[in-house]
Structures are given as structure tokens and as C-alpha cells.
Design a binder for this molecule. Structure first.
Ligand SMILES: C[S@@+](CC[C@H](N)C(=O)[O-])C[C@H]1O[C@@H](n2cnc3c(N)ncnc32)[C@H](O)[C@@H]1O
Length: 359
């Protein structure tokens, strides 16, 4: 359990890696800056607050929290409850409007610069006049692009001094918003694949995903199939092309990923979720995944290990689980605790694809 200023802010779902914290010095720097501001009459927006460190501590006239992750929303709600924070907060997705125009946004800068731009773009649609943003980041994650993205949206962009190896970017005087659709479209096998900014692997189909798809050449008729951690839905699309009679379910923790998959696939069921609790045990014939192992800038393999267990539970006996992974992650040790039959379907110098059968 983590303790900070009398509050207990925890990572949810819990990680096996005890060195991972629920906040960083960048979050602390944002709060330190807020002490100099009077927010009692201001409507504010928060972005990139992974576990609720900011949401539990900022006080304002109204607080709106823009969330993308299903796990992120669950963690913020849990930490608000655990710490008995009474101030009402509203959750919105990045495609929804705030109930009130907001004067100020606090942003913990995410790993994806595209997602950062999505945050700025969303804020500018929901900002009152003379609005400003305060963005926190760890100095080691600085890139010049961060500043140039801010300059696309604001006249005045200034950078703070470093404090505990963190910095702030403070942006004022919003520019007139240009019409811009924050969607990338690439061509893959001569077909357009679209995705919202910030969704995994925006300019190409990931090499590991391509290795995985090449291993799956047939899918049986009318089988129940899951693309777990679907991103833009490329794996689900591949399975659907092999056999369009399948009952395809696409699952992702990221709301914008699920929205992206909807751009590419029809006739499937989409689930915005970070676990498989809503599915019946022993119900799937095939589950395929290029699983996540990053939470923001951090590596956390507790997430894929939990998903492997859940996928095993949801498979029928005889059902197949295909996983691709970077070689250094050594997933075979974890998979062999669940599956008696595991085959290395394909490997190269970087990635391995495992084919596991539930017995
Ligand atoms: C490595 S990417 C793969 C995306 C896509 N399948 C592809 O191959 O391009 C992993 C995906 O898992 C999603 N994800 C992260 N945590 C998750 C969770 N707990 N449950 C489901 N999806 C998750 C991420 O949002 C991301 O889209």
C-alpha cells in the first residue's frame, strides 16, 4: 500500500511488481503548482491520471476526468472511495463533451505523443475563454515534439525548472482550433486500416502481430473467437477474413482502441474491459492475443499473466490460445503453469508465437 500526505493511493489492479508506484514526481509537481492557484470557482479537467493521485487531491468548483482505460477508471473510483473523497467528479471519454466549459486542465503527459495531442484537442473543444493547461512529465521523457504539439494549440508555452527530476509545461492563450481529424489510416494487404490517435502501433502493423497472424491460417465454422487486447482490431479482422461465420469478440482496456476496431470491422461484438469477467467460463474455441506488457512508461507483466489465466478459464476444453511475445519476456514459464500442451508455433530473433491447447 502506498501512503502520501495521509492518503493511501494504490495501483488497481494490484501489480506483483512492488517497485511500481501509483504516481510519480510529475504528479507531485502538478499538485505543488496547484497550491498556488485558487480553483474554488473553476471547472477543471484532468487527463492521464492513471490511478487517481490527482483526482483524489485536487479541489475545484467541478472536476471532470477524461479517461481512456477501463482499468484506469476503476482505479480512480476505488482510490476515491478508499480515501473517502466526497467531491463529485464526472467521468467522460475522449469523444464526449464536458458538462461545463473548463478553465484549466491538468495533464500527466502520457507515453504516446499522439495521445497527448488527443488530450489537447479534446480540451480545446471543452475550454472556456482564457483557459490554460498544466502538464507534468519526468524529465527523462522529454522530447522536443512535446513542445511543438503544445505550440500547435497555444500561443504561450513555458517550461518550469526541474524538481525531483520532473518538469511542468504551462500553456496559455489557446489558438483558434483548426479542423483536424485525429485518425491515422494505413494500408495493410492493400486494405485501409484506421485508428484513433494514441492507439497501439499507429503507423504500421506491429511486427509481432504480423508473425502471429501468419501462424493462423484457418478458423473452423461458427466458432466463438476472441481478439484479446484488440487495438485497431487487426487480428480480429484477419480471423474474420479466414472465416466470416465466426462469432467474433474484440476486447480492449482502451476506449479509443475499441472505437478504432469499430472503424475496421463489422459484424462483431466489442467490449471495453480490462478483464474477462463478463464472459462465461469454458465458452471460447479460440483466443488470440499480442498482449500488453506496458502500463504507461513502465513494464508490468502482471497484466499479461492475469490475462493468460483469464483466457484459460474462458476457453472450452480443446480450445486454442495463441500468444505472441518478445523473446525476453519468457512467457513460456507462465503459460506452462496453465496449459499442458504448448507449441512454439514460430519464432525469430525478436518474437515467439505460442500455440496453447486447453486440456
Ligand atoms: C500490444 S497491443 C496489441 C494491439 C493489437 N492487437 C495489435 O496487435 O496491433 C496490446 C493492447 O492491449 C490493450 N490492453 C492493455 N491492457 C489490457 C487489459 N487489461 N485488457 C485488455 N486489453 C488491454 C492495449 O490497450 C493495447 O491495445
Amino acid at each position: 500500500m502506498q501512503k502520501k500526505d495521509g492518503l493511501k493511493i494504490k495501483r488497481y489492479p494490484a501489480s506483483n511488481n512492488r517497485s511500481l508506484q501509483a504516481w510519480s514526481a510529475a504528479d507531485e509537481y502538478i499538485l505543488r503548482h496547484i497550491k498556488e492557484l485558487d480553483l474554488s470557482e473553476k471547472h477543471i479537467l484532468i487527463y492521464g491520471d492513471s490511478f487517481g493521485y490527482l483526482a483524489t487531491q485536487i479541489k475545484a468548483k467541478s472536476i471532470c476526468i477524461a479517461v481512456d482505460g477501463a482499468a484506469q477508471k476503476g482505479a480512480i473510483i476505488k482510490n476515491l472511495e478508499d480515501n473517502k473523497v466526497k467531491s463529485p467528479v464526472t467521468f467522460i471519454t475522449l469523444t464526449e463533451e464536458t458538462p461545463e466549459k473548463c478553465a484549466i486542465a491538468f495533464i500527466k503527459i502520457p507515453k504516446s505523443l499522439e495521445q497527448f495531442e488527443l488530450f489537447l484537442h479534446h480540451f480545446m473543444h471543452n475550454a472556456s475563454q482564457d483557459s490554460e493547461i498544466v502538464c507534468g512529465f519526468m524529465t527523462r521523457h522529454f522530447s522536443k515534439q512535446l513542445v511543438s504539439i503544445c505550440e500547435d494549440y497555444f500561443e504561450e508555452v513555458s517550461q518550469s525548472l526541474a524538481w525531483k527530476k520532473a518538469r511542468l509545461l504551462i500553456c496559455k492563450k489557446g489558438k483558434k482550433l483548426e479542423k483536424k481529424t485525429l485518425i491515422n489510416t494505413i494500408s495493410f494487404n492493400n486494405e485501409p486500416i484506421s485508428q484513433h490517435y494514441g492507439v497501439f502501433s499507429s503507423n504500421s502493423i506491429d511486427a509481432a502481430t504480423q508473425l502471429l497472424m501468419a501462424q493462423i491460417k484457418t478458423v473452423e465454422d461458427e466458432t466463438k473467437v476472441m481478439d484479446l487486447g484488440c487495438g485497431n482490431g487487426i487480428i480480429g479482422l484477419h480471423l474474420m477474413k479466414l472465416n466470416d461465420t465466426i462469432d467474433l469478440h474484440l476486447v480492449d482496456d482502451s476506449f479509443m482502441a475499441v472505437e478504432s476496431a469499430k472503424l475496421n470491422i463489422q459484424n462483431a461484438t466489442f467490449h471495453h474491459a480490462y478483464n474477462l469477467d463478463s464472459f462465461s467460463d469454458n465458452s471460447f474455441d479460440l483466443i488470440v492475443t499480442n498482449p500488453p506488457f506496458h502500463v504507461g512508461h513502465e513494464i508490468d507483466i502482471s497484466v499479461p499473466i492475469r490475462l493468460f489465466k483469464e483466457a484459460h478459464d474462458k476457453l472450452k476444453v480443446g480450445g486454442l490460445f495463441y500468444v505472441v511475445a518478445n523473446n525476453h519476456l519468457n512467457y513460456k514459464t507462465h503459460l506452462s503453469k496453465l496449459f499442458k500442451e504448448i507449441e512454439v508455433a514460430e519464432d525469430n530473433e525478436k518474437f515467439t508465437t505460442y500455440k496453447c491447447c486447453k486440456t
